[in-house]
Design a protein around this ligand. Structure first.
Ligand SMILES: [Zn+2]
Length: 167
């Protein structure tokens, strides 16, 4: 994946970072796998959180935050305690445009606001049609109850995350 990303990026049309999403991993193994992924060259490490629609082991959200992953994706009914920990650990919480996973966007936005956790918006794209574009992404964020300035901050967080990944 690292080599493929380098080759695509070298063509000059798009910059592609190697990364992965750990899904259906026993929570006790998450920290080790995050560390292994980074050693293998993953620049963005995501953990599939406790979404309502494709559930994983309880404890996954907490283990993901403690592991120092970059993004806890679709964390479902994340607790405020986990939100505070994500804030202090610098783990981004995801607002998602993906059908099903997006059911808890409003809750995630609310917890993030209360806990000063940082958000990013992801497409969770499995196919080209899943890329919704900037305008729809902003509307989905509005639907989650985010204010305009919070949406701007969230989009800027993605830029910061990319810079951190490349550093
Ligand atoms: Zn996922």
């Amino acid at each position: 994946m690292v080599r493929v990303c380098e080759k695509i990026t070298a063509k000059g049309n798009i910059q592609v970072l190697p990364g992965l999403e750990l899904t259906h991993v026993d929570p006790v193994d998450i920290a080790l796998l995050v560390s292994e992924a980074r050693k293998l060259g993953a620049q963005i490490v995501i953990v599939h959180g406790e979404t309502l629609t494709e559930p994983v082991e309880p404890g996954t959200n907490l283990a993901a935050i403690q592991s120092g992953a970059d993004i806890l994706a679709h964390p479902g009914l994340i607790t405020e305690e986990e939100g505070r920990l994500a804030a202090s650990q610098g783990v981004f919480l995801e607002i998602t445009t993906r059908r099903g996973h997006s059911l808890c966007n409003g809750h995630v936005a609310s917890v993030a606001r209360k806990c000063s956790a940082r958000l990013v918006l992801n497409n969770d794209a499995h196919a080209p049609g899943d890329f919704v574009g900037q305008q729809m992404a902003a509307n989905i964020a509005r639907g989650a109850g985010l204010a305009e300035e919070e949406i701007t901050v969230m989009f800027n967080n993605s830029q910061k995350l990319i810079q951190r990944a490349r550093a």
